[in-house]
Design a protein around this ligand. Sequence first.
Ligand code: ZN
Ligand code: MN
Length: 487
Amino acid sequence: MTDLQYKVIIGLEIHVQLCTKSKMFCGCAVEFGQAPNSRVCPVCLGMPGVLPVMNKQAVEYAILVGMALNCQIASFTKWDRKSYYYPDLPKNYQISQYDLPLSSNGYIEILPDSGQTKKIRITRAHLEEDAGKNLHTAGDFSQVDLNRTGTPLLEIVTEPDINSAAEVRALAVELQRMVRYLGVSEADMQKGHMRFEPNVNLVITKNGAEYKTPIVEIKNLNSFRALEKSVDYEISRQLDEFMETGKIMEPGTKSTRGWDDVNEATVLQREKEEAHDYRYFPDPDLVPVEITEQWLESIKTQLCELPLVKHMRYVRDYGLSNYDAGVLTAERSIAEFFEDAVAIGGEPKRVCNLLTQVGLKLANEAGCSLAELGLTSEKVAELAKMTDAGTISATAANTIMQEMTKTGEKPEVLAEKLNLIQKSDTGELEAIVDRVIEENPQAVDDIRNAGKKSGKARGFLLGQVMQKTKGRANPKIVSEILARKLG
Ligand code: ZN
Ligand code: MN
């Protein structure tokens, strides 16, 4: 019997489209879904003799991400031409950064399903321009749309620190919420704002010896699902291939595969690809970029508390579950709404429940934000306080929350209107309790005989009181009265 174990090794390359108004080196608008070739000019069309001019905003966005990724930011960087020929690249070179990337040697923390955070080292993050798009929808020929040509892209490369498909997904999700928090990218998968290229191989231990399977790069994945599924597929494919053929890695080479979404399989594109010779050289049309301490300081002011830090703080300080913390920190606007409500005095868990059980559900259904639903953190905090004070029940709070989105009225007004204020008037409740005791001698006997084991009978009497008050008695006060009367 063979003894076989394996470890999954994954490095990830991510391209993130930055949400600047104009392109990286010209004034053309960055706009999705416009008529083909309507957002182009001589610069991004690659006409001879034109001069590119750097977009400062793109550099600042890129530096901001570099800071969030704990990278060293270069004080001096430059632009290089990466030469290759492809129909969607009119200049026959892409302006990129080769040996002096804007950011390097950082790390990002991710939260895999285990609930334990994990550090993934970042090799580098550099700025470059996007290529256009080849369209294959016109019959037996292809068309080129150059609207996307020259759009600023941040390319982030990780060290091979990722060890499962679930981790690679966690990383992608973390990056998405990070760039959204920073406001540097919409990170909309459907619009191709984030594209992933994992490098996958296995280290197999068999009968005491170690083998590395050939590295496969999966190209151009544009959804979390495709990323996770393709990596999972590739892991089992490499394992099978090793068992059948014993094939191992040849250093310096890797093959590339694409993801077939329909058949849910990776498909070989190029075998044994050597490191490309892109003939990088400094772009003579662009001046190098000097990044001063002063500039860095002013960019730093745009940093915010990052989503995972927030997430872990909610778990630690507010006792929220990982799941709840994840929902609240998914978007910065939700997290800020939540924190505002807590700052005004809403109990965190109570506010969380109102948001996750009612507010966000309704917002999702309506496809809008909490604020657009007419909810404010003041109203939600007020509602939470009323619930904690026993003025209304938790169920009533959910009803009021729902009603607030329709009428925009204050919770205390709605509680009155909808007759949801709990009876806490001891005198009135005492009379009802007396009646219930009179009508249910059996349950009363049970309580008196069973002493502390009388939970069921007590629950029954409480239920009777709730019934007589149509659910509006404050259960805490009723329980106290019952305890006093029955010992
Ligand atoms: Zn242009
Ligand atoms: Mn790239």
